[in-house]
Write a protein that binds this ligand. Structure first.
Ligand code: PAF
Length: 280
């Protein structure tokens, strides 16, 4: 596996692959890789001639300086894992390589970005679109792989492709990978103590249990039950829990409104912000 940090070097490599008629798969990441990322990389390796994994903590998608400063950075371990998974290129650029000049582009994903993470993290999805479009421009992938844990992000990236001209590229959504306990894998879990990790299991447990009560409760009652159940656990505070149409991301008030209801949650455990979701 080759580790590349210069955009121009990667562009040369990509045009060589394209001349040879090879298919290119991209897995965009911010590093601190775990088994969730590994599942994306394995799929990318299996489905493409060349697998490129980007490892870049993108400053433009952080609306909280402390979150950016404390985001785990483990490039050496990440590269070892990527090599063992059969990735061909790890692209680990500096900020200047991705943004040689400030990126002032404004994307509009209305109404997808006006709910849930949108109002809670102003500018976040614009920053994600800036970096992902930049990575697409550099790597010209045939396929790009994203986890369903970031459910809203995945919907917005699909919309970005539709609306901003990335039509030749297939976005592949991959299921959430969980620990045996049910806890959704996340790079942020690295910031949890052992006892916080046990507490965090309460999030997925409440989501799974809520599937069983869905038949006897309406949407508002189910939402409230999840919020109350998690808030009752010492140390956890729900930021939001929304049950939405999985395609439009708009909140529903009746189960009959959609055949694809998805519950999306954000919870603070201490200062660590955890997200998860469940398909009802
Ligand atoms: O999901 C992530 O890790 C990031 O938002 C992404 C897609 C790599 C863009 O920085």
């Amino acid at each position: 596996m080759k580790v590349i940090s210069a955009t121009s070097e990667l562009e040369v490599a990509v045009s060589f692959f394209k001349e040879l008629g090879l298919t290119v798969g991209l897995v965009p990441t911010m590093g601190a890789l775990h088994n969730g990322h590994a599942s994306l990389v394995k799929k990318c390796v299996a489905e493409n001639d060349v697998c490129i994994v980007s490892v870049f903590v993108n400053p433009t998608q952080f609306n909280n300086a402390n979150d950016l400063a404390t985001y785990p950075r483990t490039l050496e371990a990440d590269c070892k894992l990527l090599e063992s998974l059969g990735a061909n290129i790890a692209f680990a650029p500096t900020v200047d390589q991705i943004y040689p000049y400030p990126d002032t582009r404004q994307f509009d994903f209305t109404p997808l970005d006006k709910v849930m993470e949108g109002p809670m993290r102003p500018g976040h999805f614009n920053g994600v679109a800036q970096v992902v479009s930049r990575l697409f421009d550099i790597t010209k992938p045939n396929r790009a792989y994203f986890g369903e844990k970031d459910f809203q992000q995945l919907a917005i990236i699909r919309e970005m492709c539709r609306k901003y001209g990335y039509n030749d590229l297939e976005i592949v959504g991959c299921p959430i990978v969980r620990e045996e306990s049910g806890l959704a894998l996340s790079s942020r879990n690295a910031r949890l103590s052992d006892s916080q990790k046990k507490t965090a299991v309460g999030i997925s447990k409440a989501l799974f249990d809520s599937k069983n009560i869905k038949n006897s409760k309406n949407v508002a009652e189910t939402k409230q039950w999840v919020i109350d159940t998690i808030n009752a656990i010492d140390g956890m505070e729900v930021e939001y829990y929304e049950i939405v149409d999985g395609n439009t991301l708009q909140p529903i008030s009746d189960w009959k409104e959609t055949s694809y209801p998805v519950g999306c949650i954000t919870v603070y455990l201490g200062d660590v912000r955890l997200i998860d979701n469940i398909k009802y």
